[in-house]
Each structure stands twice: as C-alpha cells, then as structure tokens.
Design a protein around this ligand. Sequence first.
Ligand code: C2E
Ligand code: CA
Ligand code: CA
Ligand code: CA
Length: 281
Amino acid sequence: AKESGRSGFHFYRSEMQQFATERLKMEKALHHALERDELYLVYQPQVNGQGELIGFESLVRWLSPELGPISPAEFIPIAEETGLIAPLGEWVLMEACRQLRTWQQVVGLPASFKSLAVNISPFQFSREDFVEQIQYVIDSTGVDAAQLDLEITEGMLVENIKAVAAKMYALQHRGIRFSIDDFGTGYSSLRYLQHLPLDQLKIDQSFIRDITEDPNSYEIINTIISMAKHMKLSVIAEGVETNFEENILSSIGCHRFQGFYFSKPLDKHTATQCLIEKKRF
Ligand code: C2E
Ligand code: CA
Ligand code: CA
Ligand code: CA
C-alpha cells in the first residue's frame, strides 16, 4: 500500500510540475505579448428585438507565436495574478476607444447603436487612479464617452462601497455607462445596486443555457427582469444560442441580446463592414 501511495504521489508531482512549467511558459510569453503586438480585440454584436445593432462587446484575443491561440478565460486570470492586467487592461481600453472613435468620426454609427462595452477587471477598477486612467484614454483618443459602457462584476461593488460609488459617479459625470456582467452569479444582496449609477444588467449565460429545461433558471431570469424594470435598468441576455431562447426572453420582457444565435465575435474589419451595411442580425 505504501508503494502505490508513493508512486501515486510521484505521478501527482510530475503532473503538477508539468502544469507549473506550462504556466510559467505562458506567464513569460504574456510579458512579451503586449510589446510584440500579439493581442487584438474582437467585437461581438449586441442587438435589439428588431435585430438592429445596439452595440458591441470588445473581447481580447491573444495569438502567441509559440503557444498558439489562448483563451482570455485562461490568460486574464494569469494577468491578474501577476499584475500584468494593469498594462493589458490599459491597452484594451485604449484600443477599444481608438476603434470607437474611428466608428464615431469616420465610419458613422447607426441610430440604433448605443455603446461599445469594455470588460474591466476588479484589479483595474480598484486602482486609485482608475478614474484618471479612463479620463486619459478619453482625452487622448478624442472618443465620445457617452457611447462607452464599462462591464464590471458584482463582486467589485461590495468591497468598499463608498470608494466604488465615488469612482462610478465621477465616470458617470463624464458620460460613461456601467453594466453589471455575469449578473446573478455573484452576490445576492441587491440593495447596494440602488445606490450606484448603473445602466444595465447582463444576465449570465448559465441561466440562458438552462432556461428551457430548468424552471428555476426561468424564474431567476423573470425575477431579474422585473427587478431591473423596477430599478429602471436595462437588461441584456448574453450567450443566446437559439431562436427558442430569444422568444422566451422577449416574452418575459428582455429585448436586448448577445450570443452565437445572432453573431460570434467579429474582427474589426467585419464589425466595421456591419456598420457600413447597417446589417441586421
Ligand atoms: P464574458 O465577459 O462573460 O464574455 C462573454 C464570453 O462568452 C466571451 O468569451 C464570448 O465569446 C462568449 N460567448 C458569446 N456568445 C456566446 C454564446 O452564444 N455561447 C457561448 N457558449 N459563449 C458565448 P471569451 O471571449 O472567451 O471571453 C471569456 C472571458 O474572458 C470573458 O467573459 C471575460 O470575463 C474575459 N475577458 C475577455 N476579454 C476581456 C478583456 O478585454 N478584459 C478583461 N478584463 N476580461 C476579458
Ligand atoms: Ca463581459
Ligand atoms: Ca458575461
Ligand atoms: Ca463570464
């Protein structure tokens, strides 16, 4: 029994070592990714009940020459643990605002278009100079900030509610909107929401996934939508993959959608083409 325990341990350790080596490789490569121009943004359409474009969510991509394409679900947590999220997050903001400014000034946006969403990591948001950072990006790109939507998560809001609210109000004052990402998966205490300048709740895709089979998910979405109405917030459903899901959602009062049923995330050229053609989804 002792022998097998030992070999079990050895097996475990070598697996762990391999995992650690892979991670270290990725960490090193991520260090260079920014300087070497390996990151880029893609833009997933957000649409209304008529299929008109109401916005895009910008999503970061990393194509490493050594490691191949790596999902943000994998490298964002590493960036957060190593502090690399600071320059990475700044780059994402700058790139998204440059693109938005081009769409605003050069291409032209359809009347239905409301905002470009950018994901903000808790680490970024909690920095003391977050407001200044955003202001710097707005000033240096010349973007109209009224079409900028920052996606934050529930967890960020409960940390230090006074500091959080102060930052959000300062940014709202500059025209920026806030959406709560992955809504329903985090803190269930909703009282704090009332005291913050929020614009929209994004219903997490895990609820949408279960909507047809699980009566609980249906009820949760129903509750989120009526609560949002009561608080005068918009709601958008993310991860919508079927027409069936769209129909259920609109029957309970959700008329903003994002998901593969409408469109996958698009590269910037394709996204721009959609704007020029006033494409419907
Ligand atoms: P998220 O913010 O919840 O983004 C939505 C994710 O769902 C995206 O994955 C998107 O491609 C995917 N998705 C969209 N529609 C569908 C659908 O119909 N079905 C399914 N199954 N998936 C769908 P992605 O691009 O891999 O991003 C994963 C996560 O990485 C994001 O989740 C976000 O938390 C993080 N992330 C991505 N870009 C950034 C960024 O620029 N900054 C930060 N801080 N985090 C980012
Ligand atoms: Ca998001
Ligand atoms: Ca989300
Ligand atoms: Ca998510």
